[in-house]
Every structure is written in C-alpha cells, then in structure tokens.
Design a protein around this ligand. Structure first.
Ligand SMILES: *Cc1c(COP(=O)(O)O)cnc(C)c1O
Length: 385
C-alpha cells in the first residue's frame, strides 16, 4: 500500500510562478496592474478570443456576464443540473430564475433536446457547462439560441483548453467564463477570465470594478488620474498582479500539463475498459476535452459495494477522490425554492449516485496512476455481484 496520501488535485507550482510572485511583492504594485494586463493579453492571444477581461473568479465573470446581457428579474436562464452551484447561484444574484435541465447520458453536458423543451417566453439565456472538460453540444445550442433570440453564456470553468469542432472554447465571440481556482487546469489560486465581444467586455470591466469608468484602476499611478466617475453600482471583482504572476507561468506550462493529463487518462482508460463493472468517460470525435476531471461511473447492478463505500475504501488505501456533483436540483436551496424532485433530472440524479472522480493532475507519476488502477481493480474483484 502507498505510504503517502495521493491528493485528489494539488496545484503544480514551479520556480517560475514562485519568483514572479516574489518579484511582484518586491515591486510597488501588488494589485491590478501591469502583470494582470500582460496575463490578459497572453491568454487572449492563446485562446484567439475577440477580447478578454480577468476577474477574481469564474463566478465573478459569470455574474458580470449575466449583468451585461441584461438578465434580471422575471427572466429565466437554462442551467444544467449537473454542475457546480456557482452556475445557478449567479442567476439568483441577478434576480432571475435558473431553470435546471438534465444532461446527456454519455457526456454529462447540457442536453439540447431537454433544453428545447424547457424554453418559455421568459427564457433569456442558456449557460452550457463544459463538464469535466468535455465541450457541451454548442452547435445545437447556438441553433436554439438563434431561433429564439437567446444569449449563450458558457461556464468554461473546466474548459481551458478544450476544442469544439477544432475551435478553442472561448474564441467563438459569445461570453465564456474560465476559472483559475486552485484545482483547475491552470491556476492563479483564485481567479477567472471572461471572453467575448469587445463592446460587452468594455461594460463587463466597468461592472466588475465598482462601476467606475475606464482605467480607474490606474488612479494611483503616475500615468493615471485621480478623477473617475461611477456609472452604476458595480462589484469588486478585479484580479490582482499577485494572481496574474502565477497565471503568466501556468500559461507557459499549459501545453505540457495537457500532454501529461492525456497520458494519465489514456492509462486509466486502458485499465478500466477491461472491467465491465465500470463505465469510463467518453470523448466525442468532434471535440478535444481539456481532461479536467476523470469521472468514473460504477455499474451498481454488477457490484456489492456502493459509491460512498468505494470512496472510503480508496481513502483507506491513501487515495483521494471527489464527486462532481450533487446535482443543483437536489441541493436544499433549489429543491425547496422551486420544488424539484430528483426524478426531474433523472440522468443527473443517476450519474450522481454512481460517480466518483479519480486523481487527475500533471504531477501524477506512472506509479501513482498504477496505484489508483490497482486499488480500483482489487476493490472491483473483491465486490463483484
Ligand atoms: C470551479 C467552478 C466554478 C467556479 O469557479 P471559481 O473560479 O471558483 O469562481 C464554476 N463552475 C464550475 C463548473 C466550476 O467547476
């Protein structure tokens, strides 16, 4: 058995990140400034995005995104049930109603047919989530949006870098919000970025910075001015140069991170495909997943051990795992406020009941991956139905 606990998703921080943070601390500028602007420019160029604004989280980017689209009280927004709570929470923040819709059983991304059925005269926007890094079915969703005059705001928290039909998520021109939280493919500890049309992003920058007019962040710098005007009551969502310092070096390493993620996933898939008790994740032929999470589903009819027991047994073998996610329609707030029952989104509820996420990060060694595979194989062999 392993001596050291295998953490589910620790960050990969290198010397470049460390010295850039130190350099920032030694400078006279530690909050939003030149490094944030450089990180924004580099990430925009990498993605081929029309425009990009960094924020202090993906949640902030989603909130600001809904605000610039004018989503508010009386409006409905389509959100997949199988996502992190933030996707739905931001809809509540602007006073609109999140309409929770089920996911496709293969990819666990928003089901376009279920989305079509959930549209009403109040629907204003659709928020696809690129679950686990697998792009949602963007073309059918854009067709629906075009036909009904709806906005698309992508929750791209998992999707750096992911491609849909050859094109990087975030380059399409509609709004998409990325996360640089500690567990994500690229981290700034906490952070996010919104991509999209330059006119919308100009508004997003103002809303995300107290509603102060353009470039007000420079007001304490020689090149800036003390004078600013408040155009609306905005939010305090700016990224700091300390965060951007980490991101600058993470971005340089991103391709190498992805190559390692691909090797780990291939290794997991090769071993687990041999076990009919396990359902391995799929990747559609017309997409390239960012491989953010490795989500296995158990086949409970073939096993005598439940998902929660698998997690405990793996923990006892020094292996950290997680579950993504308890569906939003089953979270007490949403369940009670809107009267959802688990069977309202049956695919999400079923997937949740039998899923677990295995360690997936660039720091995994082949021996680590083999430890996880062997532990799973032994547990399956000991608990066949
Ligand atoms: C991580 C995550 C978020 C929130 O990202 P933050 O940067 O922590 O705000 C939103 N949606 C999904 C699907 C996520 O996984």
């Amino acid at each position: 058995m392993r001596e050291k606990f295998l953490q589910f998703s620790p960050p990969s921080i290198g010397d470049g990140e460390r010295s850039e943070v130190l350099d920032t601390l030694m400078s006279d500028w530690i909050t939003t400034g030149p490094k944030t602007r450089l990180f924004e420019g580099n990430l925009k160029a990498y993605l081929g995005a029309p425009d990009l604004a960094a924020f202090n989280s993906c949640t902030a980017g989603l909130h600001v995104g809904l605000a610039v689209l004018g989503v508010g009280p009386g409006d409905e927004v389509i959100v997949p049930s199988l996502t992190f709570c933030a996707t739905a929470n931001v809809v509540e923040h602007v006073g609109a109603r999140p309409v929770l819709v089920d996911v496709d059983p293969a990819t666990l991304t928003l089901d376009p047919q279920a989305t079509a059925r959930a549209l009403t005269s109040r629907t204003k926007a659709i928020m696809p989530v690129h679950y686990a890094g697998h792009p949602a079915q963007l073309d059918p969703l854009f067709d629906l949006a075009g036909k009904h005059g709806l906005h698309i705001l992508e929750d791209a928290a998992h999707a750096l870098p992911a491609r849909y039909k050859g094109r990087l998520v975030g380059s399409r021109g509609n709004l998409a919000s990325f996360s640089f939280y500690a567990t994500k493919n690229l981290t700034t500890a906490e952070g996010g970025a919104l991509t999209g049309d330059p006119e919308l992003l100009a508004k997003a920058r103002i809303i995300g910075h107290h509603g102060m007019d353009k470039e007000a962040w420079k007001r304490f710098d020689r090149s800036g001015s003390w004078y600013y005007e408040v155009l609306l009551p905005g939010f305090k969502y700016n990224m700091t140069d300390l965060q951007a310092a980490i991101g600058l070096h993470q971005l340089v390493r991103l391709e190498a991170f992805q190559a390692r993620r691909r090797q780990v996933v291939d290794r997991y898939n090769a071993r687990f495909a041999l076990l009919p008790e396990l359902q391995i994740p799929v990747e559609d032929p017309d997409v390239e997943s960012s491989l953010h999470l490795y989500v296995l589903r158990l086949r409970p009819e073939r096993l005598t051990l439940g998902r929660n027991e698998f997690i405990e047994a793996l923990k006892a073998r020094q292996i950290g795992t997680s579950v993504h996610y308890l569906p939003v329609h089953m979270q007490p707030f949403y369940r009670d406020k809107y009267g959802y029952r688990p069977e309202d989104c049956p695919v999400s509820a079923d997937a949740f009941s039998r899923m677990l996420s295995l360690p997936l990060h660039p720091g995994l060694t082949d021996a680590d991956v083999d430890d996880v595979c062997t532990a799973m194989e032994e547990l399956v062999a000991a608990h066949r139905a």
